[in-house]
Design a protein around this ligand. Structure first.
Ligand SMILES: [Zn+2]
Length: 509
């Protein structure tokens, strides 16, 4: 299944990031060489209880791990580098090339995950060309984006040049002064590009996105008029914006206290690499703030929800069906429709010097990661968590003697269960349901029961559990998880000695 025959074609397989925000991951494959471009993550949606991270389905890469030669990173956003540490636990990526800021952030992530020794990180500069695999050279071309130090790449492959734009936001007056290298892109255009793979974000909105600098005058006005302490939140990865905030804090005579690990990390690396320039004495630790007058304080934070919010905002801004608009724009520029493909995650695009076509499909769903030892949350676990979260859980513990009477009063616990009737009435109904099943079972016995060994306790437990579920569904009109624990009787030694060998009762679920 995973070997798709298109010999001598370059295969392009996006495993994530299409028709969605997050988990950007693209595979380039030529014969037995696989080169990855970015490996991002997405954040869980509402129903994914306990899930920390969403990754693309990595089946194809696990099955073809022996082909992986290296990875190209375009920039340091979480949805482009956040998945790498998880992947390195499953397969080797011998070498990763990427921008300095992204590599600095990635280095921390790999160290934290304990996988630093599974790959080699190399930083690249604008217009640098590196051989990522025997047949593929990659050239880094500076672009502009909300993240500093971002690149478009040109892949020089045996079938021709493929340009992958990466994420970009054309900004003619970037905050860090690093301009989009249109000149180099134009040179490629002159020579001939076989295929352009382009970011479609916001392609349905006509016109230009204002420069990041456009935010500056408004922020300046707010900062200069603000009284008391100033609290500013922004996405840690919006390095340009963080830079402006720090600059304006200084201008307005405020010291800055940074709250949140991701913000501290990004600022530290960006300062190290020169993307943010400010003096050490601009910063004051949070616990020293009470020594500074309120009007001289700015608190800068993102919080752990910063990045998921980023994703939400972009989703709210209507990401979907953008790809169609983008292709219409291309057609309006005289690119024939048959030369374009709008594909889905998992589609295998076969590219040859004279054709482009979808040649197959590989698994392309999602993999869910939580903080447990194994880390992987499968569909069954997720479904159980959803049921627990939505309808709650009822546990019932009962001890029944061999005579079919209660050996101890049953215990009923409800957690997160919404009941229309009083809780005590529901508990009574639960007890009556159990009693009724037990009575029927004892009535069915051909001879009077004299020892517990004469009862099939496992079957009895199953019957009671099924009856409880039916009754609860009827009464509650929903579907709580029911855990029923049945304690069989301890028997006198005399009874045990003479007992038949039959299903003894280890009955607890
Ligand atoms: Zn990005």
């Amino acid at each position: 299944m995973s070997q798709i025959d298109s010999s001598n074609a370059l295969k392009i397989i996006p495993l994530g990031g299409l028709h969605e925000i997050g988990k950007n991951t693209c595979v380039f494959e030529y014969n037995d060489e696989i080169v990855l471009l970015d490996a991002g993550l997405a954040f869980p949606t509402d129903g994914m209880h306990g899930v920390n991270v969403v990754l693309p389905d990595m089946t194809y890469l696990r099955e073809n791990r022996h082909k992986i030669r290296g990875m190209i990173v375009t920039h340091g956003h979480e949805d482009h580098i956040g998945g790498i540490a998880f992947h390195l636990k499953q397969f080797d990526i011998p070498v990763i090339y990427g921008p300095r800021l992204a590599m600095a952030l990635l280095k921390d992530k790999l160290a934290e995950a304990g996988v630093s020794d599974r790959t080699k990180l190399h930083t690249v500069s604008p217009r640098q060309v590196v051989r990522i695999s025997p047949s593929i050279l990659v050239e880094y071309i500076r672009n502009t984006h909300s993240m500093a130090d971002s690149f478009t790449v040109a892949l020089h492959t045996p079938v021709g040049v493929v340009i992958h734009t990466g994420d970009f936001k054309i900004d003619h007056t970037p905050v860090d002064g690093e301009l989009f290298d249109f000149q180099r892109l134009a040179e490629h255009g002159e020579k001939g590009v076989l295929c352009l793979i382009s970011d479609s974000t916001n392609s349905e909105i006509p016109g230009f996105t204002p420069s990041e600098r456009a935010v500056y005058p408004n922020l300046d006005r707010v900062f200069s008029q603000a009284k008391g302490r100033l609290l500013v939140t922004t996405f840690a990865s919006s390095v340009h914006r963080v830079n402006m905030i720090l600059d304006l804090a200084k201008k307005n005579g405020r010291v800055v206290s940074v709250v949140g690990r991701s913000m501290l990390n990004v600022i530290a690396h960006a300062r190290n690499l020169g993307y943010i320039q400010c003096q050490d004495d601009l910063f004051v630790p949070l616990n020293m703030l009470n020594k500074v007058p309120d009007e001289n304080v700015l608190i800068l934070t993102t919080g752990s929800q910063g990045e998921p919010m980023a994703a939400l905002t972009r989703i709210a801004n209507s990401e979907h069906r953008m790809l169609v608009k983008h292709s219409q724009t291309a057609q309006s520029m005289n690119i024939p429709a048959e030369n374009m493909v709008i594909i889905n995650n998992g589609d295998v695009v076969a590219l040859s010097p004279d054709s482009i076509r979808v040649a197959g499909k590989v698994p392309s769903g999602i993999e869910l990661v939580d903080s447990s030892q194994s880390g992987m949350v499968n569909q069954r676990v997720l479904k159980e968590r959803q049921q627990l979260a939505e309808d709650g859980i009822i546990t019932v513990a009962a001890a029944i003697g061999w005579n079919g009477q209660w050996a101890a009063k049953p215990e009923v616990h409800l957690r997160g269960v919404a009941t229309a009737i009083e809780k005590s009435k529901l508990e009574q109904q639960i007890v009556r349901t159990i009693e009724s099943v037990v009575r029927d079972r004892w009535d069915d016995q051909k001879q009077p029961v004299t020892t517990g060994a004469e009862i099939d306790w496992i079957r009895l437990k199953d019957e009671i559990e099924a009856s409880l579920r039916r009754m609860l569904r009827r009464e509650l009109q929903n579907n709580p998880t029911v855990v029923f624990l049945l304690q069989p009787p301890a028997e006198p030694p005399a009874a045990l000695a003479g007992r038949r060998q039959r299903s003894s009762a280890k009955v607890a679920s």
